[in-house]
Design a protein. Structure first.
Length: 275
């Protein structure tokens, strides 16, 4: 058994324990002046912490609950333990609502893009990958189309006509180097797989890369373009997206001074948007 499989077994329990602890710390506020929001630790929670003082100066209270996985933030939002969450892009949101019919969510606004990157300890550029190279990618199906589109844009593979964000490995119609895709690792554990020199290339989401001390602009051998459609959203339960306490937070996050802070703080690895 490879080392990363052992890591998955232990780290998954830790991630779940941390996330469950976050869930138990509080419930959604139920009042118009308190906003309980779930967020990934980096960069989402850090961005919220940056604007917290400004938001609370408007008479609100902001409670930030940190999560280290991609499942519990939506589960706890549906169960009304949160008023909103901030960790996911639209394709993932749509896939989650399709899989969980009880999820009735809506976007209150897009905040930033985190370009996904390709990392390798063995090769300095994608063109150096050998025939049969093993590509490690997230077990999150919602990320597969994004990853495969990046590899197609880099000239490594070709997808079936019309396939982009909805693409899966089975949609690869040309694969000259006979790349082997391994897609059963939790996204949060991919940086550890990279550090342990697993695979020939590892696709890592920027939030997990940064959280593990990687600099996407320096360490990635390829990085998704800044025109990526994968905008990270503030998400609420359907019908709550236009609440004043939610939209006031979105407006603050869209202020130029805060967008400039995001760009500077993450050295361009996190790209703010105004939509």
């Amino acid at each position: 058994m490879k080392l990363w499989k052992k890591i998955v077994g232990t780290a998954s329990v830790s991630v779940l324990a941390i996330s469950l602890a976050a869930c138990g710390e509080g419930a959604s506020s139920g009042d118009e002046k308190t906003l309980v929001i779930g967020a990934s630790s980096v960069p989402h929670a850090e961005i919220l912490e940056h604007v917290k003082k400004e938001y609370e100066a408007k008479g609100y209270k902001l409670e930030i609950k940190k999560f280290n996985d991609y499942v519990l933030p939506n589960k706890t939002l549906a169960e009304k333990e949160l008023d909103a969450n901030y960790f996911q892009h639209e394709p993932y949101l749509k896939s989650q609502m399709a899989e969980n019919k009880s999820y009735k969510f809506a976007s209150a606004g897009g905040i930033h893009i985190e370009p996904i990157g390709v990392y390798s300890k063995k090769y300095k550029k994608l063109s150096d990958l050998p025939n049969g190279a093993q590509i490690l990618m997230s077990s999150s199906v919602a990320d597969h189309g994004r990853i495969l589109t990046l590899l197609q844009n880099e000239g490594l593979i070709k997808l079936a006509d019309g396939k982009t964000s909805d693409a899966q490995v089975k949609d690869v119609v040309e694969n000259p180097k006979k790349l082997k895709f391994k897609a059963d690792i939790e996204a949060a554990l991919l940086p550890q797989a990279y550090k342990n020199n697993e695979g020939d290339a590892v696709l890592i989401n920027t939030n997990y890369a940064i959280d593990n001390g990687l600099n996407p602009l320096k360490d990635a051998i390829a990085l998704e373009g800044q025109d990526s459609p994968y905008v990270n959203l503030i998400v609420t339960r359907e019908g709550d997206e236009n609440e004043k306490k939610v939209q006031d937070l979105v407006d603050i996050l869209h202020e130029k001074k805060n967008q400039d802070w995001i760009t500077k703080e993450y050295k361009g690895a996190v790209v703010p948007v105004s939509k």
